[in-house]
Design a protein around this ligand. Structure first.
Ligand SMILES: [Zn+2]
Length: 110
């Protein structure tokens, strides 16, 4: 390895020049440092990006779950309401569960 300052030959693993004391390994080290910095940056960016993506997906799933829960509750309450109405009317031929489902489905589709 040649010294950039005085041009004298040095062993390949030397950090400083044996004749003038100039730092030889600096360029190599800064390259390694740059590569390490890039790797760390990429890992950081990936971590942040995946955190954002996961939190967005999680929020989406939570919202979907809440919507489904609301839908189920309103369906359940309307089903109970229809049952209650039939009870109040004291109808002899009570509709079957399937017929009630059909009535509720019609109400929902309107
Ligand atoms: Zn030198």
């Amino acid at each position: 390895m040649k010294c950039p300052k005085c041009g004298s030959e040095n062993p390949n693993d030397s950090v400083f020049c044996v004749s003038c004391g100039e730092r030889i390994k600096e360029k190599n080290n800064s390259k390694k440092y740059l590569v390490a910095l890039i790797i760390v940056s990429v890992v950081c960016v990936c971590t942040i990006a995946s955190t954002i993506v996961l939190s967005v997906l999680y929020t989406k799933k939570v919202n979907e779950y809440q919507d489904l829960t609301r839908e189920r509750d309103s369906y359940k309450s309307s089903y109970e309401l229809v049952l209650e109405q039939y009870k109040d009317l004291n109808i002899q031929n009570k509709p079957s569960k399937e017929e009630l489902d059909e009535i509720i489905r019609k109400q929902y589709s309107e």
